[in-house]
Design a protein around this ligand. Structure first.
Ligand SMILES: *[C@@H]1O[C@H](CO)[C@@H](O)[C@H](O)[C@H]1NC(C)=O
Ligand SMILES: *[C@@H]1O[C@H](CO)[C@@H](O)[C@H](O)[C@H]1NC(C)=O
Length: 760
């Protein structure tokens, strides 16, 4: 592979020469200059389109140039810039001509037009981008070994060969002359040679610089978006790099492979690629100082890799080592990143023993808690103006505040601060994560609509900067919300729609699969199809050992729901007590614990021991209210109302639900809505039966109200496909209607009941 000079670059030189000598027409002049400027600068690009255009430009095919230049007119009427370029290309009749061209470009200060008049406006100063490009080409050209310059010439011939027809039809005289010289000297400058010849020269059509650029871009994308390298890019790079063992490109290639294998879930190969990357980097750059710098970053990557493959202890060990090295080298950026990573690890996996995380407190210099560590990191970030760290730490702080039962308002404030920082310092990559956090905090406040908007924000507004991981997360949350309001098919469509975009990133595939199974399991549980439910549950159970806490909690809940549906209350009670015990460890989310407590009281209610659950439900509900955990509060209130009915406190139960219902409707939890309607209907019936005089107006009113409420409950159950709920509602309806002497309604309800039973 050549270092720098390629046929495409020779084309650039020719084009520069033609631009200089005023071959461009006045309107195309700027466009040509713009085109040259984009393709001669060697700055690293992180924009997909720019990179793909450069890729096309440096490919072994001239068609990109043809397509670009053909529409631009030249000074000669009827000839496009492409024709002019071809004329210039075919005027190069040997290495000597190429040599002349480069020399002339490099030494000519002021160019001359065809009549020999100087054109000062087209002068290229050595400091300008074009001037630098020419200088670089000149230096590279003079440094070429003889064999290399021969190879360059051959690849140039192969590159321009396909344009012979285009050129010869427009320049018949020159073509004839060329034919004649060729027959005299027998120099193979014309097409007609075997295609094998040409293909072997295609190898040198791209240079180390191009490969480096493509590699750099791929790595940037891998890191930013967490995707995998597309197959064609990988093949192209493999072809370019071939067996260039000596260049620095090789080590970058391994770095790319490291990410790629990591994403595809190949732990061993990823580890090996990482080792190789650092080995080759060291070999390419000798010097002990460099080695120490590389060492800490190697450890950093190693730790992240371990963590991704659930090797927590190894990950923490590597990170501790990294921290030690970074401190020794006084690399604060690395040190702070490592500390914040450790903090994140601890939050993500709170049940790990404290000892392995001792370094954070060690660095902070106090035996203090997490608040001290966060304050320390914030201070460091502020001192070093390290805004990425600051933004991340704020989110971490918000999470801590939410999980440990702090103030929900303060958590919101931290999230908003982080979002503000992202906008202020243009940290676009962090915006999707902050939007997800914001959504989660809305969810906890029972604002389902706002939460949905926040999740959508991540993929709609921040689409270009949204990493694959955040994209999957936001879609999974949206799908779960859809399933909650009974739109199972839509939820499944959302999840399935993700599959093409993730291109075999193993972890994300597993995540999507898990969520799809969760949605199916919910649906079957609601329908009361226990056989199917147990099938899905069995698929989910093994996931608990390696999934993230969000999925684990969901699976635990569904398992308990399954037992309740099955009627095995004892088993459900054992499970729930077990989970409550587990959640007492440090660092678990307080919302989850309260949720489990409410669930426990619900099991008592379902098992006919409502009174036993009263104290638990009351305590959990009031705690949820204090911490503004609205979904748990609603759930708890529903259970409390049930218990009150069992205690014959009908009026209280009715009033309680009447006060809660509007907010529950807002939270979009259709199951809960249905339950609340039905419970309120029952409370009305009870109220009519026990607190009113038989035959009084209030009695009749209360019964009519009950009928309406139960019908609304039935409609809600229908949305979640909850068949047993619907049957219960119809039965109640029929009874109430019979009691009131409304025979048509009763007959309707009975008919629907039979129909439903038959369809089942
Ligand atoms: C070009 O690359 C192919 C493999 O892609 C290789 O077999 C061939 O030898 C190379 N040709 C030259 C001239 O280097
Ligand atoms: C929705 O309501 C059901 C029934 O009360 C409850 O079990 C479930 O946890 C609620 N879901 C959410 C996300 O609040």
């Amino acid at each position: 592979m050549p270092r720098y000079l390629t046929p495409a670059r020779i084309c650039s030189l020719v084009l520069i020469r033609q631009y200089q000598s005023g071959h461009t027409s006045s309107e195309s002049s700027l466009r040509v200059l713009d085109f040259l400027a984009t393709h001669v600068t060697a700055s690293p690009e992180n924009d997909v389109e720019a990179v793909s255009e450069r890729n096309k430009f440096s490919s072994s095919d001239i068609s990109f140039l043809a397509e670009k230049l053909s529409p631009w007119s030249s000074k000669v009427t009827g000839r496009s810039m492409y024709d002019i370029l071809l004329k210039g290309l075919w005027a190069l009749n040997g290495l000597d001509a190429l040599h002349n061209l480069i020399n002339r470009l490099n030494s000519d200060g002021v160019p001359f037009d065809e009549e020999g008049n100087p054109i000062p406006s087209k002068q290229i100063t050595p400091g300008a981008p074009l001037g630098q490009f020419i200088r670089r080409c000149y230096v590279e050209f003079t440094r070429l070994q003889f064999a290399d310059s021969q190879a360059l010439w051959n690849s140039f011939l192969a590159y321009r060969a396909p344009t012979y027809e285009d050129w010869a039809t427009k320049n018949p005289d020159a073509a004839k002359e060329l034919q004649e010289t060729q027959s005299l000297t027998n120099v193979p400058t014309l097409p007609g040679r075997s295609s094998a010849d040409i293909s072997s020269e295609v190898n040198s059509s791209s240079s180390v610089v191009d490969a480096d650029m493509l590699l750099g871009f791929s790595i940037y994308q891998l890191q930013k978006l967490g995707t995998r390298v597309p197959g064609d890019v990988k093949a192209q790079l493999g072809k370019w790099i071939g067996d260039q063992w000596d260049s620095g490109t090789q080590s970058l290639h391994f770095f790319m492979e490291f990410f790629d294998h990591w994403r595809s879930g190949q732990y061993n190969v990823a580890l090996e690629s990482l080792h190789r990357y650092f080995d080759y980097s060291l070999a390419a750059r000798t010097g002990t100082d460099n080695m120490r710098v590389y060492y800490q970053y190697a450890l950093l990557h190693l730790s992240v890799l371990h963590a991704d493959f659930e090797c927590w202890d190894e990950s923490v060990d590597a990170m501790n080592e990294c921290i030690a090295t970074a401190r020794e080298n006084q690399d604060t950026a690395c040190l702070n990143f490592a500390l914040s990573w450790l903090l994140y690890l601890r939050h993500a996996h709170p049940d790990k023993s404290r000892s392995s995380f001792a370094t954070i407190s060690g660095a902070v210099g106090s035996g203090g808690g997490e608040h001290d560590e966060i304050a320390f990191l914030k201070q460091k970030a502020r001192d070093g103006k390290h805004w990425v760290l600051m933004s991340n730490t704020l989110l971490e702080e918000a999470k801590l505040e939410m999980f440990s039962g702090g103030s929900a308002k303060r958590a919101q404030e931290y999230i908003l601060q982080a979002m503000y920082l992202n906008v202020l310092h243009d940290l676009q990559n962090l915006a999707p994560a902050a939007a997800l956090f914001h959504g989660a905090s809305h969810d906890r406040l029972g604002q389902a609509q706002l939460a949905t908007r926040s999740y959508e924000l991540a993929t709609v507004v921040h689409d270009v900067h949204c990493s694959l991981n955040d994209r999957v997360r936001s879609t999974c949350r949206l799908a779960l919300a859809s399933a909650l309001s009974g739109h199972y098919t839509k939820a499944m469509e959302m999840l399935n729609g993700l599959n093409p975009t993730i291109r075999g990133v193993l972890k994300l595939e597993q995540r999507i699969q898990a969520f799809a199974t969760i949605v199916q399991l919910r649906r079957q549980l609601n329908r009361g199809d226990l056989e199917a439910a147990s099938y899905y549950l069995n698929q989910l159970r093994p996931l608990r050992s390696f999934s993230d806490p969000e999925i684990v909690f969901e699976v635990n809940l569904l398992e308990i729901e399954f037992f309740i549906k099955q009627g095995s209350f004892e088993e459900a009670l054992t499970k729930v007590s077990e989970r409550i015990r587990e959640s007492k460890g440090r660092g678990t989310d307080i919302a989850q614990r309260l949720h489990l407590l409410v669930l426990k009281s619900r099991i008592y209610v379902a098992g006919g021991q409502a009174v036993k659950g009263f104290a638990v439900a009351l305590r959990a509900t009031s705690t949820a209210e204090r911490h503004l955990l609205i979904p748990v509060l609603h759930d708890g209130l529903a259970v409390l109302a049930r218990i009150l009915i069992d205690l014959a406190e009908y009026a209280t139960a009715r009033d309680l639900i009447e006060a809660t219902l509007p907010q529950v409707l807002e939270s979009k939890n259709v199951t809960l809505t249905a339950k609340m309607f039905v419970t309120m209907g029952e409370a009305c019936v009870g109220f009519a039966g026990y607190c009113c005089d038989a035959g009084s107006a209030e009695h009749t009113r209360s019964m009519r109200r009950a009928l309406e409420l139960i019908e609304r409950g039935r409609i809600a159950y229908q949305r979640t496909e909850d068949i047993s709920g619907m049957l219960d509602c119809l039965l109640m309806k029929s009874k109430i209607a019979n009691w009131g002497g409304d025979e048509t309604t009763a007959a309707q309800a009975d008919e629907m009941y039979m129909q439903l039973l038959a369809d089942r």
